[in-house]
Design a protein around this ligand. Sequence first.
Ligand SMILES: Nc1nc2c(c(=O)[nH]1)N[C@H]1C(S)=C(S)[C@@H](COP(=O)(O)O)O[C@H]1N2
Ligand SMILES: [Mo]
Length: 196
Amino acid sequence: MRDVTDLHEEFDGDRLPPGQRETTAFPVLSKGDTPPFDPESWEFTVTGAVDRELSFDWEAFRALSSESQRQDFHCVTGWSKLGCRFTGVPFPELADRAGVDDDACHVLFSAMDGYTTDLPLADCLREEVLFAWSFDGEPLPADHGGPLRVLTPHRYAYKGAKWVDGVEFLTERHLGYWERRGYSETANPWEEERYA
Ligand SMILES: Nc1nc2c(c(=O)[nH]1)N[C@H]1C(S)=C(S)[C@@H](COP(=O)(O)O)O[C@H]1N2
Ligand SMILES: [Mo]
């Protein structure tokens, strides 16, 4: 299992970022209802500034090479959950398959509840940005984004779209749901980048 709980060192910070408190619970934060999942009709797409646009059904996505990681989870509202065990597909694996264009600089994630979130491309091309289907050895619970969610342990957790079903590579910045409402684009927990 890859352990990325030391990535705070790269950001010159403590394991618990400033202004955060540790929780052992796993609170649920969603802007609306948990969308239903039908493995027969589920579709995941990779679009935009790439050589090959991709689409996967559930079976095909689950057949991608995956790994397990130990990660910390930092919510912008002030709680952090340390040492979570997730399994899924690292972002660079998908990016390699699609072949990202040289002029791509930004990424927009979209989800089955209408949620979107955006990040600079460089913040996505990291092994710990995971499309995860499993938490703690079990299928990812629906409230936490099951069947599939993004994890961004180097960023506040609103950058990790639950129920993710699309990744778009962009040549200019598009704002996501919370980013349009004043939250930070970069969302670095060690710099307390909560708001733009
Ligand atoms: N699709 C979707 N993804 C989402 C959200 C959402 O409302 N919809 N909320 C975000 C926010 S603000 C946070 S803090 C985390 C919370 O994840 P959790 O509910 O598993 O704790 O999911 C993020 N991803
Ligand atoms: Mo959040």
